[in-house]
Ligand binder design. Sequence first.
Ligand code: SIN
Ligand code: FE
Length: 295
Amino acid sequence: MDASDVIETLPIADWRGPYDPALQVRAVDALEAGCVLLFADLPFRPSPHEVFLLSPAVMGSERKNISFDPATGELGNTSLAGIEADRLRTMLRRFGDAAEALLRDLLPGYAATVERARTSFRPAEIAGREYSPRHDDRLLHVDAFPSRPMRGQRILRLFSNIAPDGAPRFWRVGEPFPDFARRFLPGTGAAMPGSAWLWQRLGVTKGRRSEYDRIMLRLHDTGKLDAGYQAGAPKAELSFAAGATWLCFTDQVLHAALAGHCAMEQTFHLPVAAMTHPERSPLRVLERLAGHALV
Ligand code: SIN
Ligand code: FE
């Protein structure tokens, strides 16, 4: 595999459109085919008041990242309070606004139904930290989250490298989703009767976990825990320079983040029906392989 197979570089230097219609078509086709859209020179710039935020010291100790909920304004996992926390909130909201403008102008077919979810700031260096394999995003995986059933909805994420020292962010990406799914679907087993109901009752999940969600979680875990796969699977190395921004469906693109610090990230949720090629969604791929509906 070669990085050029999975990267689609788009000549976009502005967070707002209007963009050339030919570019819009290229963007949606590449994205839905499982490519990473790269905007090589689209920096997100912190203001002078925000530069102090670009440090792992602003992070709490509970998790890997700082999160921001645009609906409530709530910050998760920060050590900051008062006016400093306000500065962080402002920076995260501005990034989310920019990400949303880009998405709406570049992918007009998504605009009506896309949902802006969490924003995150990832100040800590990835390399050299200790994680359990299941939580180690340096291993190839597709995104699937235990507490948040997606019921087939897509996870679309926009990242921006804002490292003040210019450090690149290194990723690895893997084989196309259908190949990965064919390899690991047979090992995902069957649901325990009543378990989805129980997880919901116990408050483990927000809403009922579908068969799709159960399979995606199993793919996430069994892929990460398979050392032979991690070592031998097809992969390509990507390097995102400081000042670069990139976008991909992280529930489809097998990815691993190997090194880097100070990235911004905005998550969007998208119904399968909004896609130009819904048959390429993980939901439809898995349903074809399984031979029945999964939500
Ligand atoms: C991930 O989604 O696995 C991590 C991506 C990153 O932080 O660069
Ligand atoms: Fe991930």
